[in-house]
Design a protein around this ligand. Sequence first.
Ligand SMILES: Nc1ncnc2c1ncn2[C@@H]1O[C@H](COP(=O)(O)OP(=O)(O)OP(=O)(O)O)[C@@H](O)[C@H]1O
Length: 334
Amino acid sequence: MIELTDISKSYGTGAGAVEAIKHISLSINKGEIFGIIGHSGAGKSTLLRCVNLLERPTTGSVKVGDVELTQLSTTQLQRERRRIGMIFQHFNLLSMATVRDNIAFPLELAKLPKSAIKQRVDELLQLVGLEQHAGKYPAQLSGGQKQRVGIARALANNPDVLLCDEATSALDPQTTNAILSLLMDINDKLGITILLITHEMHVIRSICDRVAVIDGGKIVEMGDVLDVFLKPQHSITMDFVSQIADSFDPRELINTRSGRLVKMNYVGEITYEPLLFNAVKSTTVQFTILQGTVSRMKNTPYGQLVIEFIGDNGEIDNVLNDLRAKGLEVGELK
Ligand SMILES: Nc1ncnc2c1ncn2[C@@H]1O[C@H](COP(=O)(O)OP(=O)(O)OP(=O)(O)O)[C@@H](O)[C@H]1O
């Protein structure tokens, strides 16, 4: 649905030039929720804005659907942009217009008849749960409600793609979760492809299928969220993962514990099985959980534990092999 090929973007020229993104290629599938995470200044906004050519890349190609956007005339580009909705961190609503009029705005630009606009706005108000607030002005709404207006407005022309520019960064944790659920619901119901940028790993873990980590204008790591989360390769990715994982380094335990320290990852329904108990029950091996997370990534449960096993080495080997045979990824820390 979105194909970026060898995109670079420089601001300014000569000695003062800033190369905000450098040779980025990215392919996003139809119906996917794809997250881009990076620290401030990494180039996230620039990259996102290249997708609808709010920023024109200095070099490279931008395809949305089958259309190469960089080759279009201004009028053609305006038409194609209707297929790409966008929401913003600070909502960017028209302060002098009601909720209904804010949502109607892109439909008026598209020159729909009045009756069709009314019907579509009613549908959108219902989709985002704002039927009771149609006559209010933005100043009378909470942050979460303002973002719902932003989402309804972005969806007005039935776009294929929704770009989300730090859409939850100005919201409190509870409202963030409600907006993330709404985005997931919209992706599910409408099959719309969502590309979001964030600096919060929580956002990626809650709703994304795949993630790219960017730093210094380059993609440093990319993959399925589960893989990147459970086995981060790059130090920047590890920083982000530690935002939500229990963040102390289990290797610090090595010199303080006398048993065998084992790290295990597991994914899917086995997360809820009594795996450890079953593995040791017919042995004399004992275990202690030193560190652990059991949670969900989007809809997939997973666990990550650091365990100390105490007992006969041969028996512990058998326990570890038993766990591996059940599908756990098991690695010893020493
Ligand atoms: N219009 C501009 N003119 C000059 N430099 C710019 C412009 N926009 C962005 N930059 C520079 O490009 C680099 C990437 O900025 P960008 O806003 O894309 O990063 P970001 O990851 O979105 O950061 P943040 O999370 O702080 O918004 C930064 O060094 C920034 O200063």
